[in-house]
Design a protein around this ligand. Structure first.
Ligand SMILES: [Zn+2]
Ligand SMILES: [Zn+2]
Length: 120
């Protein structure tokens, strides 16, 4: 499915239906993709839906001092959206997959790559 086709389907699809956006893989709820696009956490980019680089995403000072621990306090739009996806239960998108994604996001901030896709 091309990005244009997907965007057309997304407009009319049921909010609780599962979809597979190009670039993100299968198993996402339509409502979460819509809300990700509205929050600009997700962006259509180069034929896929990708995660936008979020300069505000990071580790708080307290967690930065405890090396190796994952910060759960970040309140950037990406993390708020992640909690939304987690909370409403997306059985096929695991917390591990999202964690991998956020890790990539942090890595790519240094490389200044604008976006990152789950299945690249
Ligand atoms: Zn964050
Ligand atoms: Zn923290």
């Amino acid at each position: 499915m091309s990005l244009a086709e997907f965007m057309a389907v997304l407009e009319t699809a049921d909010a609780d239906a599962l979809c597979g956006p190009p670039g993100l893989g299968q198993g996402w709820k339509v409502r979460h993709i819509r809300s990700g696009l509205t929050r600009r956490v997700l962006v259509p980019y180069d034929g896929i839906i990708a995660f936008a680089r979020n300069p505000r995403h990071g580790c708080c000072e307290a967690c930065a001092r405890m090396r190796g621990s994952e910060c759960k306090h970040c309140q950037c739009s990406t993390c708020i959206w992640q909690h939304e996806v987690d909370g409403k239960g997306s059985p096929r998108v695991t917390r591990e997959q999202v964690a991998v994604l956020l890790a990539k996001l942090q890595t790519f901030q240094f490389g200044r790559k604008p976006v990152v896709a789950l299945d690249e």
